[in-house]
Design a protein around this ligand. Structure first.
Ligand SMILES: Nc1ncnc2c1ncn2[C@@H]1O[C@H](COP(=O)(O)OP(=O)(O)O)[C@@H](O)[C@H]1O
Ligand SMILES: [Mg+2]
Length: 639
């Protein structure tokens, strides 16, 4: 039986239902004269007899039509033509009606009887998948016929299959470019989904930046295999500060103007509070860094993390730089800046008060220094690195950034922040390029476990990257990960991501936010109420019949409309691994299962081979190589 609830679930409306309805109606109308004659005869004639006669006539008609068609057109009489049109009209009408009726019946039957395609505890009706509206299908077919493929609409990334209908959910690049957001507790399928879409993106020739906040050596093998299968192993670049032998060289401070590099270095400053004191120091540090980087650029000296670290901590190095900068505004600015810290010592010679200078820069110098030493240093101490992020993204390379979060947590997250700062510069440069030179397919930046390295810089990234043909996919465990940076960042991420994928969620707060984003719908709530009562009154002690008794009964059936979550916070905490709710375009919801790609041993390509490049000679300030001259107590000043 088609219950009220079932009809509601059908959600009649939309292009497909309208077209089916119109077809059914027009089919009926077209058939009408044919049937009305039939019906009239049926009412007046003796039932069986007339049926037999009509059946014979139909056969004769069919033969007649065939004969008529075979005969020469000139030999057709007017009545023959009329007869033919009459029959064809009837048959056509019946055909259309049958098809439309069938479609409608299938839709109704599906909503009542069809079991879900995949098993799930949750019964949720997915919306129509992207691009399935009749107009879109027709437009796509027309494009295909005319050979004019629309790169934004006709290609995309598939997230998985609807659990209820089995349909594939493919987000076209047009909307993928509006960013994606993945939320779910640990171990529920975020990285598996990431791997699945990265594989598709690599196969379609797209550039990729994969920042892995919880690196797994198996991921490298999988990415390498995916690149090789797509014939793109030459495009793979690996930045792996935890294992320099398995890493290309990369210097995140090398490229950009003074503003950009200073902003990037400043990301190492942990202060996120906005009290006026901290703000003052941030301003002063920014100012100082700007002046230093501008001076380095003016002197045409390349620099790396450790050079910068030494500069911020050592007065001899600062004096050396001051001497190397040719006369210019930059030199004057540097001298003026250093003068603020110069104090005459007891011999009357002025020296820089490094204690005060270090206060200005907070712990930045020390943090830069950790980047220059040990394994980080092996990857980052270079003036001509393998990876120039801007060039690499422009050339659609596949860049795998492995953050060694285990053990070296602080340095790893700082490295993640700096890398994202470099990506931000890259994005702003791409944005300024002519459209035809921007990467296509757009560059995917998949930021796994982004909670550990998100920072303020992300605010602007989301806004800018769409026009740079770069899209971001941050995957986080809780919304609080974003709140930890700022409430604005949370708004920015939630408000700027067109597609949101919610896996099983661990915290109540995140589940409620997700349920709110997925949205509410009006549902009809049925209620049956019954009440009854019996009462007696009287006094037992009384001798006479001075008591009374009564009974009452009430019952009612009610229906009222209530607004409920499409998916409740509870449902979100009860999802299975690899099962997710997708919120798309703000109003569409898909309940999907994500396929888990597995590669057999034969499919895995042997040991990962890295692409190294011949390095050009670039003149650098080279403080690190001569660090003994700066860090020791020796008084010899380098020339
Ligand atoms: N789509 C899926 N189908 C089947 N199993 C899955 C799927 N996604 C995840 N899993 C299981 O969950 C485990 C953890 O998945 P993973 O993507 O690494 O979680 P997360 O990145 O959210 O911490 C996988 O090793 C796998 O066993
Ligand atoms: Mg993961």
């Amino acid at each position: 039986m088609l219950s009220h609830k079932a009809i509601k679930r059908l959600r009649f409306g939309g292009t497909r239902d309208t077209v089916t309805g119109v077809a059914l109606l027009s089919g009926g109308l077209a058939t009408n004269p044919f049937f009305s004659v039939w019906l009239k005869k049926l009412l007046v004639a003796d039932f069986m007899d007339w049926e037999v006669v009509q059946a014979k006539r139909l056969c004769a008609d069919a033969v007649g039509v065939k004969n008529l068609l075979c005969a020469k057109a000139s030999s057709l009489s007017q009545s023959d033509v009329d007869q033919m049109v009459f029959i064809l009209q009837g048959m056509l009408g019946m055909g259309i009606s049958a098809v439309a009726g069938g479609l409608l019946a299938k839709r109704v039957a599906n909503s009542i009887f069809a079991p879900s395609f995949f098993k799930s505890e949750l019964s949720l009706r997915s919306s129509a998948v992207p691009g399935s509206a009749i107009v879109e299908c027709a437009a796509r077919a027309a494009r295909r016929l005319s050979g004019q493929i629309d790169r934004e609409k006709d290609a995309g990334l598939m997230l998985g299959y609807c659990i209820d209908t089995g349909e594939a959910v493919v987000i076209p690049y047009e909307d993928v470019m509006r960013h994606m957001f993945i939320l779910g507790q640990s171990g529920v399928g975020k990285t598996v989904l990431g791997g699945y879409i990265m594989q598709q993106h690599i196969s379609s020739g797209g550039g990729l930046v994969f920042v892995d906040g919880k690196m797994d050596i198996k991921n490298l093998a999988a990415i390498h295999a995916a690149c090789t299968w797509a014939g793109r192993e030459d495009d793979l670049l690996v930045i792996n500060p935890g294992n320099p032998e398995m890493s290309n060289s990369y210097n995140p401070f090398l490229y950009g103007d003074a503003d950009e590099v200073a902003a990037r270095i400043l990301l190492l400053n942990p202060s996120t509070d906005s009290n006026p004191g901290a703000d003052y120091f941030k301003q002063a540090a920014n100012q100082g860094l700007l002046i230093l980087v501008a001076a380095l650029n003016k002197a045409s000296l390349a620099y790396n993390a450790v050079d910068l670290g030494i500069l911020l901590m050592n007065q001899k190095a600062l004096t050396y730089l001051e001497n190397r900068v040719p006369p210019s505004n930059e030199k004057t600015n540097l001298s003026l800046f250093l003068d603020q810290y110069r104090v005459p010592n007891k011999d009357g010679v002025s020296s820089i008060d490094m204690k005060r200078l270090k206060e200005t820069f907070g712990g930045i110098g020390g943090r830069l220094f950790t980047f220059g030493t040990g394994k980080f240093g092996q990857v980052m101490n270079t003036y001509s690195p393998d990876v120039n992020l801007f060039e690499a993204v422009k050339q659609k390379k596949i860049i795998y950034v492995m953050l060694p979060t285990m053990g070296k947590d602080n340095a790893a997250t700082n490295f993640g922040k700096i890398f994202m700062g470099d990506l931000r510069t890259t994005i702003s440069w791409l944005q300024a390029m002519p459209d035809e030179e921007k990467p296509w397919p757009p560059c995917m930046a998949f930021c796994d476990e982004a909670g550990s390295y998100v920072n303020d810089a992300w605010n602007r990234i989301f806004e800018q990257s769409r026009s740079a043909n770069v899209f971001l996919i941050p995957a986080v465990q809780t919304v609080a990960n974003l709140d930890a940076i700022s409430p604005e960042l949370r708004e920015m991420v939630l408000g700027n991501t067109w597609t949101k994928v919610f896996f099983k969620i661990g915290t109540k707060e995140s589940a409620e936010i997700a349920a709110e984003i997925i949205g509410k719908e009006i549902r009809v709530q049925d209620s049956v109420s019954a009440s009854g009562g019996e009462s007696q009154s009287g006094t037992d002690a009384s001798a006479g019949p001075a008591g009374s008794s009564s009974t009452s009964a009430n019952s009612g059936i009610g229906e009222r409309a209530v607004e409920e979550y499409k998916v409740s916070p509870y449902d979100l905490t009860a999802l299975d691994k690899g099962e997710a709710i997708v919120s798309y375009a703000g109003n569409k919801v898909y309940h999907i299962r994500v396929p888990r790609l597995g590669m057999s041993d034969e499919a895995m390509i042997g040991p990962v081979k890295l692409n190294h490049f011949r390095s050009r000679f670039v003149k650098g300030i080279d403080l690190f190589r001569r660090a003994d001259q700066y860090l020791s107590t020796s008084s010899s000043v380098p020339e």
